[in-house]
Design a protein around this ligand. Structure first.
Ligand SMILES: [Zn+2]
Length: 451
């Protein structure tokens, strides 16, 4: 059997792995957009294999770096199904549309939407935590992993003649006690081969306190002491729901002042509907709250902004307030408007809650640049810039070690590290070796392994 690493090889994005059995059955695991590759921002791309020859696509979760090239794959001739969890199918309906509209040329938007709809028709939602027998030789098992609603590790069992092999693809591994989502579940068996993400393979999350405590402190300082505004750039699916839910909990506990909270991300409302539709994927606290109080994402003082006119209007709202807006890296989207209008406002705090790629305003703010250029204007940064990793959906080195630690190491024939910058992978590899793990490899893009 052959395993080829077509993406997320020594880098974070572009997850795409091809499994080929001795009988020639081909399974693609994830088909993500590669943010490092400028070609990938265009709608059409060439795959390093023949899409029409694939038998099956399996998707770990809806994030674009795992799912973003599925419409292209179908355009390029793939005719089979895309297996995923039920929430992943629903979130892909939102995320793929948004992403393809962004990537399509101006006169190509209608066609791009048609391609997304064609792709979505191929999605088949499979029950998680159960064996799903694709055929006599192939069984798929989705293992919920927190991280994002519907996100899973995928365990693939392949029967070849008399031999059975198991390969586990981690997707992105979530963290324990993450607000709203269930803790990562354990795999029903130890695999022979593990393909493991290593995004935070080099670091430990710093904050050990509850997210409510962090938010309470920042809100208190910004909105009560300084009577200013708090801007939180956040991706509209995932982070935004986690934030709103945390604020909702704080409101129920009487820990939040009576101020307006604006959610200004057009997609976030639909994202919240998807979260509420799949309550079984949420943690006990969230389900309990839903049972007793109805909605998780709406409450007094919470205002969902719809039109761009309303976005402009918030700029003239001078009472203390919280603005949650996308994109998370301040790389376009409505948050740019809010940041631009408030960078020179000393009564404003901008709370960064996630990774910002190089070249984005978010990245420049995190570096502490004194001036930021937005819309060709140099603006002095007088707002307070803060950062927390409390809302990151990825587990850290310790969590990754625990993830690998659940498996029988004598059975593990090889660990492939993917989805990480080389430094993160090296650190994670060292840690694994220190603990006695062997046969750890960091595949190059396009590298093929016989397993
Ligand atoms: Zn992810």
């Amino acid at each position: 059997m052959l395993l080829t690493f077509h993406g997320a090889a020594r880098q974070v994005t572009g997850s795409m792995f091809l499994l080929e059995t001795v009988t020639g059955y081909k399974i693609l695991i994830d088909c993500g957009a590669d943010f490092n590759d400028k070609q990938n921002r265009k709608p059409l791309l060439h795959f390093p294999f023949e899409p029409s020859e694939l038998d099956l696509v399996v998707l770990t979760h809806a994030h674009i770096d795992h799912s973003g090239n599925i419409p292209q794959l179908i355009r390029a001739g793939y005719e089979g199904q895309v297996l995923c969890s039920s929430p992943t199918a629903d979130l892909c309906a939102l995320l793929l549309k948004d992403n393809q509209l962004l990537r399509a040329a101006k006169n190509d938007k209608e066609f791009a939407m048609a391609m997304v709809n064609r792709a979505l028709d191929r999605f088949v939602a499979v029950k998680a935590s159960h064996d799903f027998k694709v055929n006599e030789g192939v069984t798929i098992h989705f293992i919920p992993t927190g991280h994002l609603l519907g996100a899973c590790n995928v365990l693939i069992t392949l029967k070849e003649e008399e031999e059975t092999k198991t390969i586990l693809f981690s997707g992105d591994v979530g963290r324990k006690n993450y607000p709203l989502l269930m803790d990562p579940a354990k795999s029903p068996v130890s695999p022979d081969y593990l393909v493991c993400e290593s995004t935070y393979g080099a670091r430990l999350h710093q904050e050990k306190t509850a997210p409510e405590d962090i938010l309470e402190k920042v809100i208190n300082e910004t909105c009560i002491v300084h009577r200013g505004r708090l801007i939180i750039p956040a991706f509209s699916i995932g982070r935004t729901q986690t934030l709103i839910y945390t604020l909702r909990r704080m409101q129920l506990q009487g820990r939040i002042p009576n101020i307006k909270i604006f959610t200004d991300s057009p997609m976030s409302m639909n994202g919240s509907y998807v979260y509420e539709k799949h309550l079984a994927w949420l943690d006990d606290d969230a389900r309990q709250m839903h049972k007793s109080g109805g909605t998780l994402f709406d409450f007094d003082n919470m205002v969902y902004i719809k039109t761009y006119k309303e976005t402009k209007a918030i700029s003239h709202y001078y009472e203390p307030c919280i603005i949650i807006s996308s994109s998370g890296m301040i790389a376009g989207g409505r948050v740019n408007e809010h940041v631009r209008n408030n960078l020179n406002n000393p009564f404003c705090t901008i709370l960064m809650i996630g990774y910002s790629a190089e070249g984005t305003v978010g990245n420049e703010l995190m570096q502490g640049k004194p001036y930021i250029t937005m819309k060709k204007r140099d603006i002095k940064v007088e707002a307070k810039i803060m950062y927390t990793d409390m809302f990151s959906g990825h587990t850290d080195q310790q969590g990754l070690m625990e993830f690998v630690g659940q498996f029988d190491r004598k059975k593990l024939k090889k660990i492939f590290l993917v989805h990480g910058e080389p430094e993160s992978m090296e650190a994670f590899k060292d840690k694994l070796s220190e603990e006695g793990y062997e046969n750890i490899v960091m595949p190059e893009k396009g590298e093929i392994f016989e397993i």
